[in-house]
Design a protein around this ligand. Structure first.
Ligand code: SF4
Ligand code: F3S
Ligand code: ZN
Length: 103
């Protein structure tokens, strides 16, 4: 499962589509965590898709990640600022790849 304390245990290594990426990143095998308020551990995500289907405000968009051992598509929190903290995505992800911090 995603480490809920990733903001302490990791460092921001880049930006992607307006959100932070928490390292380490070593493409294509290691991709890190995308987003902060809505955080997706790309190294755990296996392309289930429930988060994209269920999010009521369409926070997630697919991003291609060829060569990653878990899956070659990830749910990117492209619109994390739209999140209404319903927690549906956290509940439906079968591998607990998502952390939402209502702060
Ligand atoms: Fe979407 Fe709700 Fe998840 Fe926020 S908590 S990203 S609104 S499903
Ligand atoms: Fe990935 Fe979980 Fe969504 S596996 S596609 S983050 S439901
Ligand atoms: Zn991203």
């Amino acid at each position: 499962a995603i480490d809920p304390n990733f903001e302490e245990s990791r460092e921001v290594v880049e930006e992607h589509e307006g959100h932070r990426v928490w390292g380490p990143v070593e493409e294509p095998e290691t991709l890190g965590i995308h987003g902060t308020h809505v955080a997706v551990d790309f190294d755990i995500c296996l392309e289930d898709g429930a988060c994209l289907e269920d999010c009521p405000v369409d926070v997630f968009e697919w991003v291609e990640t060829p060569g990653h051992p878990e899956s070659e598509r990830k749910a990117d929190p492209a619109n994390e600022s739209q999140c209404i903290d319903c927690m549906l995505c956290v509940d439906v992800c079968p591998v607990d790849a998502i952390d939402v911090d209502p702060g």
